[in-house]
Ligand binder design. Sequence first.
Ligand SMILES: Nc1ncnc2c1ncn2[C@@H]1O[C@H](COP(=O)(O)OP(=O)(O)OP(=O)(O)O)[C@@H](O)[C@H]1O
Ligand SMILES: O=P(O)(O)OC[C@H]1O[C@H](OP(=O)(O)OP(=O)(O)O)[C@H](O)[C@@H]1O
Length: 215
Amino acid sequence: MSDYITIAIPKGRILEESVDLFGRIGINCRELLSDSRKLIFENSAEKMRYMIVRATDVPTYVEYGSADLGIVGKDTLMEQGKDVYEPLDLKFGYCRMMVAEPANLAKNDDPSGWSHIRIATKYPHVTESYFAAKGIQVEIIKLYGSIELAPLVGLSERIVDLVSTGETMRQNGLVEVETIAEITTRLIVNRASLKTKQERISAIIQGLEQVLQSA
Ligand SMILES: Nc1ncnc2c1ncn2[C@@H]1O[C@H](COP(=O)(O)OP(=O)(O)OP(=O)(O)O)[C@@H](O)[C@H]1O
Ligand SMILES: O=P(O)(O)OC[C@H]1O[C@H](OP(=O)(O)OP(=O)(O)O)[C@H](O)[C@@H]1O
């Protein structure tokens, strides 16, 4: 077993805030912000290792123990349902997971009357269980990006997607119809590491907790 602590940090929109947050508890991983194509960085003096991965791959690295800790959006955790420990809401990366549809359709639409709908989304599992709980049958079309395009070209009437500023929806003539969940970024931990590296991991969790409380 390695005596290093390995952290999986996602490239993309939550990278910078993750690096800043770790910096505030004395974990310096600013190298991850460089333009380098390197995917793993090591600090042998501190016995720390940092991996840069796709946001959707973070839970996999943590579940399998390739990383002890990971930073990931709640949306990804809800969708994947991986077996990881989720001790902390890091409070940044706020957005909402919404059901949306074209403004024209929304004018005369009543969600309480839906019985069978078609939805395009990056989140098929969350979508399925959200509508199943309401007794609504849903046909899901899985997409990987630019979800707002689907209703504009007749691929689906509605979508489930993340909204933060609302600009993408506005510019594509869509309106929010229902909120599925409020999303923030979470710290996740490999369950075995929690026991085998308990002291160092608890210190990191407590450090982050303090920083978040004082924010
Ligand atoms: N407007 C937003 N759109 C998408 N994600 C957002 C938004 N605001 C905050 N987030 C959060 O940022 C996380 C990472 O998003 P990012 O766009 O960097 O990766 P991704 O494209 O979803 O993942 P991948 O590259 O693995 O497909 C999301 O999982 C979500 O929790
Ligand atoms: O409310 P807004 O601030 O406009 O943000 C929401 C948009 O951002 C995300 O897409 P992203 O930029 O990740 O691109 P993608 O469609 O390729 O996933 C999300 O899927 C929405 O499309």
